[in-house]
Write a protein of this length. Structure first.
Length: 445
């Protein structure tokens, strides 16, 4: 293309033009094949070009694509809300549909604040979060995000919500070993609550497995149990940001189920529409909805395209596809298969410092020296070199480092569609190994 009027992420970069996608593979207009090992942005959870979803889009479009949510409800939105309530554990029975993950976390924040208001408590307005977190790009969502890079330009416009350390065991903030640490990073939450005053705090928000802000940072066994106990003891709601982990990514419908923790509100996005349509949701428990039902009877949020029938029909078809094809129960074994292969690469390439993650949400962190864990300087731009090098080998991986893993630090996410086969995982690892070999040979790593 000689001329473009499209504002792209990097204005001076040349982007390949994508032609079509099938399963875990994408093809550009030059015929180059890419194995989509990042599901785009951890979104295309059932792969590309799935006929059933295209069919469902077509069927809904033939009926009606848009109705305004203040005038009508639709069969698609009602069925989707019911399906999600049945699929989610516990009493997470109420869906508020929006269009992006940022809208979902921001809506979750507003519902948490409204919940306390309905109970007559007007001071509980702060939402605590963690360093190395990303909850979205809108100002409310950024206010809750500990992602220093994405916040920097907008600091004067953002709420300065307090943050605590994440359970980043590879570089423990307390310099302790995971088995012997007393979960100080979880208990830090209580210290901060005491400092700020529980009367001022509506909720604590966390990604069950930290995605783009850290590279699949996975907490040790009791972390969320302790976090939830602290939240309950202090009358603080727990919002699980499952925008990346939702709909099976870690091997359970919601990642929180892995630790048997019941959130009060869940933010969903990405995998909900699996890339076929923009749709996201704040999923709310009976207990949180109760005072709103008996109080103002309306949630003070919403968008023109909230509960859009077209998007809801897609999301419903995605959920049905996941169920029909028994996709979630297979995620764990596929994840273990892939992770073991990545761990094997660690012995060949000592600059792979850590391999971590759950299910098919895996992360690798890269270090200059694996004994001292010294990171590469951020000026070296390793994450970008890896992404680019992989793309040259026809492999798409997702950046999670370059200034987000601490101030220096490089990590990537490997999170292919959940439908990937073992043969395709072998192909993925082959392309990744070749990428690392070439970068090492050229002294680019
Ligand atoms: N929350 C998490 C955990 C995310 O990973 C993201 C996006 O990467 C968001 C929220 C924001 O979602 P969106 O980009 O759809 O606004």
């Amino acid at each position: 293309m000689d001329r473009s009027n499209l504002i792209k992420p990097m204005l001076d970069a040349q982007y390949p033009v994508i032609d079509y996608g099938r399963g875990v593979y994408l093809y550009d207009t030059d015929g180059k094949e890419y194995l989509d090992a990042s599901s785009g942005a951890i979104t295309a959870n059932i792969g590309h070009g799935v006929e059933e979803i295209i069919e469902a889009m077509h069927e809904q479009a033939k009926k009606v694509s848009f109705v305004y949510r203040s005038q009508f409800t639709s069969g698609a939105a009602e069925k989707l809300a019911l399906k999600i309530a049945e699929a989610a554990s516990g009493d997470l029975n109420w869906s508020f549909f929006v269009n992006s993950g940022s809208e979902a976390t921001e809506t979750a924040m507003k519902i948490a604040i409204q919940y306390w208001q309905e109970k007559g408590i007007l001071t509980k307005t702060k939402v605590l979060s963690r360093w190395m977190s990303y909850h979205g790009i809108t100002l409310g969502a950024l206010s809750m995000s500990g992602h220093t890079g994405r916040r920097a330009r907008f600091i004067p416009l953002l709420e300065d919500f307090p943050v605590v350390h994440p359970p980043y065991c590879y570089r423990c903030p307390y310099n302790l070993e995971p088995t012997d640490c007393g979960y100080l990073c979880a208990h830090e939450l209580e210290t901060v609550i005491k400092r700020i005053g529980a009367d001022n705090i509506a909720a604590f928000i966390a990604e069950p497995v930290i995605g783009a802000a850290g590279g699949a940072i996975t907490p040790p066994k009791d972390y969320y149990r302790i976090i939830k106990e602290i939240c309950d003891r202090n009358d603080i709601l727990f919002i699980a940001d499952e925008v990346m982990t939702g709909f099976g990514r870690t091997g359970t419908m919601l990642a929180c189920e892995q630790w048997n923790v019941k959130p009060d509100i869940v933010a969903l996005g990405k995998g909900m529409g699996a890339g076929y349509a923009p749709i996201a949701a704040a999923l709310v428990s009976d207990e949180i909805m109760e005072p709103i039902f008996s109080g103002s009877k309306s949630i003070m949020s919403g968008h023109t395209l909230s509960a859009n029938p077209q998007s809801c029909a897609v999301s419903l078809a995605v959920l049905e596809y996941i169920e029909k094809n028994n996709i979630i129960p297979e995620v764990d074994s596929k994840g273990v298969y892939l992770k073991n292969k990545l761990i094997k690469l660690q012995s060949k390439f000592t600059f792979i410092g850590d391999v971590r993650g759950k299910g098919l949400m895996l992360g690798l962190e890269f270090v200059k020296d694996h004994l001292t864990k010294q990171p590469f300087s951020s000026r070296f731009g390793l994450t970008q070199r890896l992404i680019q090098g992989a793309q040259e080998q026809g492999l798409l991986i997702y950046p999670a480092g370059a200034g987000t893993v601490g101030t220096d630090g490089d990590a990537v996410l490997i999170a292919p569609p959940l439908t990937i086969t073992k043969r395709e995982i072998d192909d993925l690892v082959k392309r990744f190994e070749k990428t690392l070999q070439i970068l090492a040979q050229k002294h680019l790593i």
